[in-house]
Write a new protein. Structure first.
Ligand SMILES: Cc1cc2nc3c(=O)[nH]c(=O)nc-3n(C[C@H](O)[C@H](O)[C@H](O)COP(=O)(O)O)c2cc1C
Ligand code: SF4
Ligand code: SF4
Ligand code: SF4
Ligand code: FES
Ligand code: FES
Lengths: 157, 662
């Protein structure tokens, strides 16, 4: 990483610490903010957060790795989360999953080469009545069929 | 029009946020008490009528815009309605409401003409909009094609919505306002009777009296455990501490549950009012709403609600001049199911990994940052205001001996009317599934209903007359849980369902204690082995391992139940155990006959062509990805079992129903 990039990141993390405070309970909101804007929390950012909150970097990593909505690895611009929970399972999530994998050319847990899409499973997101359902970033799509899912991905692309 | 705040917080009377007006809520609905200007009373009366949609001079169009409505296309319908109104130069108000619970029929649009009743239309698509507006607003008629019912008296033209079986058997306390009022408007909530509970508690009741009222009402926690809410509050009240906290558990993670989301999105003020009363009762001055990240709209609504309440002096310092202070904050979850467990939730707010810790000490004694803390579920808190307003006796008159009040259930799976319902405790499963839920679609047979999420169980037809309350459900081996009601039909394999829940639990185990972390993994392995064929015809060793697993299954389940630290582990084996109890024959069929009669477990399926029905059209042979189908044109085809990978393509494509797989 370039020094100037590092400085920019340090500055940004510093601003977040100002915004959310430097107490331990600010840790998750800070990480969520980074995650929201950059789609993942890099090693360097984790170290910076640790330094500014005065905790060990391992503690930051332990939190990042615990929560499924925080990620230490680089991810796509659009995070596609398909619900894998029971109602969606009963109403044919498997076929939708296959169709999405085919459309994006990646498997679940992977990110496309152009860093545009990351494909993940998630747990019930409360759309069971209109299952199967998926989320792309913060938007919910329900009543999916394989065709509809592919159509939605095409629109997002 | 002026808002309630502008109307009542007038400078002449000397009210300001620094000098709050204790009678504010009463004045909003009944007219000013101190004010000399009778015009203001008139204005308040008019405003109330407008807010409750009794009197308005333009047609009002209500659109259900919860996440559920949006997902089924309410956004597009709204845009189309706006376009048509503009095109035809019709003046009408559009109000976004939350969801009324009838998810199967979304998008739902209600239309109310100035002198008419509110009429509800369902499954409205953008294509319907022109005709809908034309028939209802221009011609003042009923758009019969999509009508659901009227909120007024039924007549020969349109039936009352209250006679619709889906609504008829419901009793709404928690969901009373959902889908009816605009969830973003504080004034509308007040006009519909909102904040009366907080008003009454602050002005007329001591904290101990509030606790006592809740205790007498018999309200029990709706988040799963069913602990008496009043008792929990009593513990917290008794603690001496300069700082106490109240937390709302909105981490709704149970598969098949979406009750809390609906309350958060459709009536957030009710929740905030309940929290404020709770905080007053135990002496807390700060609170958190821990909401899962999967509910972005709910988080937005709650934030908006908190801000509005602050503007009105209903949160913050010296609320309604009572000297009671309360700060509320939203904490966003980050996608960990176990954070629904109360001690894990506290750890998560503190910024740690969301891992449970042993209890006691209970949070009511030592919770957030070691201070006395009460944690209640969204639905529990949404009941509070009504109890305070209408009294403990009223609440206790609903429900059964030990389970009081109502419960919200989320119906999903293989059920005709999926959605959210609220019924008095003590109705039967049969009522819920068949009377309200409309039974199983596509003429299929009912097999089981999964209640209580991963800690609950699957109940079969034989116990369908079970009453829905905490004790009865526990007796038959399920749990009230948070209220997910996943209905399964004959095409569902119970071994597969057990496998599914074990996978879920195993993934979500936080890993702190061994029985849960390792035990659920082993249990999953045993279950997974049941329908698997590792080798073409399955050899003796494989068979031996399969049976050995089954022999250990029950003991393993007991160890996990008895030795896990938190509720997740303790209840993890429930889906398997209830499956073994009620669907033993299915397990045996899988084990001994190597058959899955629901046709789900792939390894056990055998695709076959019925030579009598096959016309030899060759479609299947062309579709088969591995060339497992042979046969000549116009002659019956045949599947080579060893080659078939069971993809199901041939079955889906045969137009003559010649292929079977069970
Ligand atoms: C693994 C696990 C997950 C839980 N998830 C939730 C949840 O999503 N929502 C909830 O309100 N309670 C949940 N609970 C129950 C809470 O621990 C707690 O009992 C409840 O929030 C108390 O509120 P109540 O008394 O109003 O029910 C969960 C418990 C466990 C063990
Ligand atoms: S029972 Fe499971 S989820 Fe609960 S603390 Fe132990 S490992 Fe964690
Ligand atoms: S598609 Fe059906 S009818 Fe046609 S060849 Fe195959 S089995 Fe026979
Ligand atoms: S199930 Fe698939 S692999 Fe098997 S015969 Fe049919 S099309 Fe071929
Ligand atoms: S099971 Fe998929 S959204 Fe609930
Ligand atoms: S109508 Fe909204 S959750 Fe169903």
């Amino acid at each position: 990483m370039l020094i100037s990039e590092k400085q920019a990141l340090t500055e940004r993390v510093g601003m977040l610490v100002q915004k959310y405070g430097n107490s331990r309970s600010a840790l998750i909101p800070i990480l969520q903010d980074i995650q929201y804007n950059f789609k993942y929390v890099s090693d360097f950012e984790q170290q910076e957060v640790a330094r500014l909150l005065d905790i060990h970097p391992v503690e930051v990593y332990s939190v990042v790795s615990f929560y499924s909505f925080l990620s230490p690895n680089i991810r796509g611009k659009y995070i596609v989360r398909l619900c894998q929970t029971i109602s969606c399972e009963l109403s044919g999530k498997e076929k939708v999953a296959k169709a999405i994998e085919r459309e994006l050319g990646i498997k679940f847990g992977e990110t496309t080469k152009d860093k545009k899409f990351t494909l993940e499973y998630t747990n019930c997101m409360g759309m069971c009545d209109q299952s199967p359902a998926m989320m792309i970033n913060e938007k919910v799509y329900a009543n999916l069929t394989p065709e509809k899912a592919v159509q939605i991905l095409k629109e997002v692309k | 029009m002026k808002s309630f705040f502008e109307l009542i917080y007038c400078k002449e009377c000397g009210h300001s946020l620094e000098n709050p007006y204790p009678e504010f809520i009463t004045c909003c609905t009944k007219g000013t008490l101190c004010h000399h200007d009778k015009n203001v009373d008139k204005e308040i009366e008019e405003y109330n009528k407008k807010l409750t949609y009794q009197k308005h001079n333009k047609p009002v169009i209500f659109i259900g815009m919860g996440t559920c409505g949006l997902a089924s296309g309410a956004g597009k319908v709204k845009v189309e309605i706006e376009n048509v109104l503009k095109e035809q130069k019709i003046k009408a108000d559009i109000v976004s409401v939350g969801c009324i619970g009838y998810c199967a029929k979304e998008p739902i649009v209600d239309i109310k003409l100035p002198d008419g009743d509110r009429v509800s239309y369902c499954e409205v698509t953008p294509k319907d909009v022109k005709e809908l507006i034309d028939t209802t607003i221009n011609k003042k008629g009923i758009y019969k094609k999509k009508v659901l019912g009227t909120f007024g008296e039924g007549n020969e033209e349109v039936t009352s919505i209250h006679d619709n079986p889906f609504f008829k058997y419901q009793k709404k306390i928690v969901l009373q306002n959902c889908g009816i009022i605009n969830p973003e408007s504080i004034d509308e909530y007040i006009a519909h009777g909102g904040f009366k509970g907080l008003d009454k508690a602050l002005r007329l009741m001591k904290p101990a009296e509030v606790v006592d009222e809740i205790l007498r009402s018999g309200l029990r926690g709706r988040g799963g455990g069913g602990f008496l809410t009043g008792k929990k509050w009593e513990f917290a009240l008794q603690q001496e501490s300069e700082q106490k906290y109240v937390i709302c558990n909105a981490d709704e993670g149970d598969p098949g549950a979406f009750m809390d989301r609906s309350v958060l999105e459709s009536d957030p003020y009710k929740l905030v009012e309940g929290m404020a009363i709770a905080a007053y009762a135990i002496g807390a001055s700060a609170g958190y709403i821990y909401c899962r990240a999967e509910y972005p709209l709910a988080i937005e609504r709650i934030n908006n609600t908190i801000n509005k309440c602050k503007e009105y002096g209903l949160l913050g310092k010296n609320i309604l001049g009572s000297g009671f202070n309360l700060e509320l904050k939203v904490k966003k979850g980050a996608g960990a199911f176990v954070c629904g467990e109360e001690t894990a939730l506290i750890a998560s707010i503190e910024g740690e990994r969301g891992m449970p810790r042993p209890r006691p000490p209970y949070p009511a004694v030592s919770g957030l940052w070691g201070k006395p803390t009460i944690i209640n579920n969204v639905e529990t808190l949404a009941n509070i205001a009504s109890i305070i307003v209408k009294g403990a006796d009223w609440f206790a008159s609903v429900g059964t001996e030990k389970s009081k009040g109502t419960k919200v259930f989320a119906l999903s799976g293989k059920i005709a009317n999926s959605g959210l319902i609220e019924v008095p405790m003590g109705v039967t499963l049969n009522d819920v599934i068949f009377k309200i839920g409309g039974g199983i679609p596509n003429g299929k047979k009912f097999k089981a209903v999964q209640i209580g999420g991963p800690s609950g169980g699957c109940l079969p037809e034989s116990v369908i007359e079970t009453s829905v309350d905490y004790e009865s459900l526990r007796e038959v081996g399920a749990m009230m849980g948070s209220g997910g009601f996943v209905v399964m039909d004959e095409d569902t394999c119970m071994v597969d369902v057990a496998r599914y829940f074990m996978t879920f639990i195993q993934n979500e185990s936080c890993g702190k204690c061994v029985p849960c972390r390792e035990g659920t993994k082993r249990m999953l392995e045993i279950i997974e082995r049941i329908p698997k064929k590792y080798q073409k015809d399955g050899n003796k060793l494989e068979q031996f391992q399969r049976f050995k697993g089954i022999i250990h299954l029950r003991r393993l389940a007991e160890v996990i139940q008895n030795t896990s630290l938190c509720g997740l582990g303790q209840s993890a084996p429930n889906p398997v155990l209830s499956g073994l109890k009620y669907f033993r024959h299915e397990y045996e069929e899988h084990l001994y006959e190597r058959k899955c009669s629901a046709g789900v477990c792939k390894d056990l399926l055998v695709y076959k062509i019925d030579p009598k029905a096959c016309t030899g059209c060759t479609v299947c042979a062309k579709k088969c990805p591995v060339e497992a189908i042979v046969g000549e044109k116009k002659h019956p085809h045949h599947i080579i079992v060893d080659k078939c990978i069971k993809c199901g393509l041939c079955y889906e494509n045969c137009k003559f129903n010649a292929i079977s797989f069970k």
